[in-house]
Design a protein around this ligand. Structure first.
Ligand code: NDP
Length: 332
């Protein structure tokens, strides 16, 4: 795609559902796009820019990044900055762009975890890499057991007050840490907008209290890895494709594909087929049936996968029989 060739689809806002994020004024698309994988320096611009533009054309207004996304770390932000410059910059006010700091980003004591020093420096670096004046959401990517939570939340609040971020968010905080963070941010006058947590049919820890806490506190939940990195799709039903995440053996491994898991995936796939859906569509529809889930934060390595995932919005409601059958498979 050449610079300035892109014009967004006229009908982009007719296709997507937008959900209010907790008790904030902000609405997020029910499906958001994450750039953890597939947007790094090892990936092809033609492919990932096509995915990003297809997403925006489909009403996906929310793009999620972090300082360390790549590989190499930082390259997803650089590449997203290029897509912004080439195509999406006229639409900046229609977009919610997030980034995070919390995992190892640079050497020495100030490039990791949750100090004010690290968060502030990292956000400045992220803005430079993306060529943005501000991000919409700035997250503490993980709780830091050795930094007072007041310091980490104070840095988020100040980033908002400085206009470098519009909202503060937290990720990977447990229920107790979340309550503490929410209280401090509220007292600081920069309420916590959103919690980004791992949630899928195969990873249900948020149901043990966090979802209730977030609802009570008026904080949204965005579910990351909603397809369990591709396990909850048809990707591995007939072996491990050479270009798949499991074949790369970094964040997902061939050894994760145990016979028991593959049997579960096949049984879930059969239920999806009976509903006229792919497994990926059903896995996302299953999360979105709970209105406390503001958005499902998917990844995609191709435009075809993105299109498939978007169809989750058009799926039929679940019958109680289907829900029971899914629970029985997941408990096996
Ligand atoms: P998913 O669970 O959606 O997995 C995405 C992967 O699944 C794709 O890269 C692709 O893998 C495969 N896939 C996607 N759609 C389909 C489909 N329709 N059919 C077949 N295969 C499909 O999410 P991710 O694990 O990628 O995480 C999504 C986002 O969540 C990240 O980009 C990031 O923004 C956020 N995140 C946040 C974390 C945090 O700590 N806050 C941690 C992890 C993620 P393949 O490459 O094999 O084609």
């Amino acid at each position: 795609m050449e610079k300035t060739d892109y014009t967004a689809a006229q009908d982009r806002y007719t296709k997507m559902e937008y959900r209010r994020c907790g008790r904030s004024g902000l609405k997020l698309p029910a499906v958001s796009l994450g750039l953890w994988h597939n947007f790094g320096s090892v990936d092809r611009y033609e492919n990932y820019s096509a995915i990003a533009l297809e997403a925006f054309d489909a009403g996906i207004t929310h793009f999620d990044l972090a300082n360390n996304y790549g590989p190499v770390p930082g390259s997803a932000e650089i590449n997203f900055g290029r897509i912004m410059r080439d195509s999406l910059h006229p639409y900046r006010d229609e977009m919610i762009i997030s980034t995070k700091a919390g995992y190892t980003m640079w050497d020495g004591p100030y490039g990791d975890w949750g100090s004010r020093k690290y968060l502030m420096a990292s956000l400045d670096q992220s803005l430079r890499r993306m060529g943005l004046e501000y991000v919409d959401i700035f997250y503490s990517h993980r709780p830091d057991p050795d930094t007072p939570i007041e310091e980490t939340m104070g840095a988020l609040s100040d980033a908002v007050r400085q206009g470098k971020a519009l909202y503060a968010g937290i990720s990977n905080y447990n229920d107790e840490q979340t309550r503490a963070a929410v209280e401090i941010l509220r007292a600081d006058g920069t309420p916590c907008l959103i919690h980004q947590a791992k949630y899928s049919m195969l990873e249900r820890w948020v149901e043990q209290g966090l979802l209730d806490t977030l609802e009570a506190e008026g904080v949204g939940l965005i579910a990351f890895s909603p397809l369990a990195q591709g396990l909850l799709t048809n990707r591995y039903l007939h072996g491990v494709p050479g270009d798949s995440r499991a074949a790369k053996e970094v964040f997902l491994h061939k050894s994760d594909l145990t016979p028991e898991l593959l049997a579960k995936i096949s049984s879930l796939d059969a239920i999806a087929a009976s509903r006229g859906q792919t497994l990926a569509e059903m896995a996302l529809s299953w999360l979105l049936k709970d209105c406390r889930v503001t958005s499902v934060l998917i990844g995609a390595s191709s435009v075809a996968q993105l299109r498939d995932n978007l169809k989750s919005l058009d799926g039929p409601d679940f019958t109680s029989g289907e829900l029971e059958a899914i629970e029985a498979i997941l408990k096996e």
